[in-house]
Design a protein around this ligand. Structure first.
Ligand SMILES: Cc1cc2nc3c(=O)[nH]c(=O)nc-3n(C[C@H](O)[C@H](O)[C@H](O)COP(=O)(O)O)c2cc1C
Length: 222
């Protein structure tokens, strides 16, 4: 069987996509997303890894402005609740950030997880049943990177209660909404995460997060 190897140029393209992917909130343009491009991105999401090849995801594509408005109302409510959870300056800063582009983005995509798909016993999910949720998150990441490779922006909006998404999108109670994503062309991509630029948090050093053999060994012995 012929093996597919990734050449240097292709490898560089993958890293370029990873490092230049951004969460997009305020830069969406109204231009429509080409249907063939959307189909490629959705197909990339569908080719994510999944526990026991369970493929627990579904994709709800939202174009209707009135549905987006209802989603936005759910964001507004959850956002107001969230602000009260921060104290002092943090609260003021939180309230200043733009954390969604729900109505501006031409498309909304809700990626879900059907926890019952393929039956009660799934290879790889026996010790840790939450692996199905992680699988749907893998689909989100594929979606995000494929969109970036198509030069489209994606914003993940998690400040909405699941029950609100279920109600507005008519999602059954036993299906878990994993991500509400805004998708569209963008004016520009930020070079760094907006929260980093705003001074909310810095990017952590990889050396601080890498452990060797056991949790308490941070530096590789030379
Ligand atoms: C699970 C998840 C939920 C997120 N929810 C939100 C959100 O509700 N609103 C928002 O503005 N960004 C959200 N983000 C984006 C993060 O803030 C962003 O990924 C992070 O600040 C790093 O920036 P970057 O994605 O541009 O690299 C979310 C990201 C993840 C992975």
């Amino acid at each position: 069987m012929k093996q597919i190897t990734i050449n240097e140029q292709e490898r560089n393209a993958v890293y370029k996509t990873i490092y230049n992917r951004r969460d997009t909130r305020g830069q969406f343009l109204p231009d429509a997303v080409d249907e063939a491009v959307l189909a490629r991105i959705l197909r990339a999401a569908h080719h994510a890894p999944s526990v026991g090849f369970m493929q627990p995801w579904d994709f709800v594509v939202i174009k209707d402005a009135s549905i987006k408005e209802q989603i936005k109302a759910g964001f507004n409510e959850a956002h107001a609740e969230a602000a009260m959870m921060f104290e002092g300056e943090k609260r003021a800063n939180y309230q200043k950030y733009k954390l969604e582009g729900i109505t501006e983005a031409p498309l909304g995509i809700c990626i879900t997880c059907d926890r019952k798909r393929t039956g009660p016993v799934v290879i790889g999910r026996t010790a840790n049943p939450e692996m199905d949720l992680y699988s749907s998150v893998c689909a989100v990441q594929n979606f995000w990177l494929a969109a970036r490779a198509e030069n489209l922006g994606v914003g993940w909006v998690s400040i909405i209660h699941h029950q609100h998404l279920r109600q507005v999108l008519n999602i059954p109670d036993d299906i878990v909404p994993i991500a509400y994503l805004c998708l569209g062309h963008v004016e520009f991509f930020h070079e760094k995460p907006e929260l980093e630029k705003a001074g909310w948090l810095p990017r952590m050093a990889i050396e601080e997060l890498t452990h060797y053999d056991q949790w308490n060994c941070k530096k590789e012995e030379t």
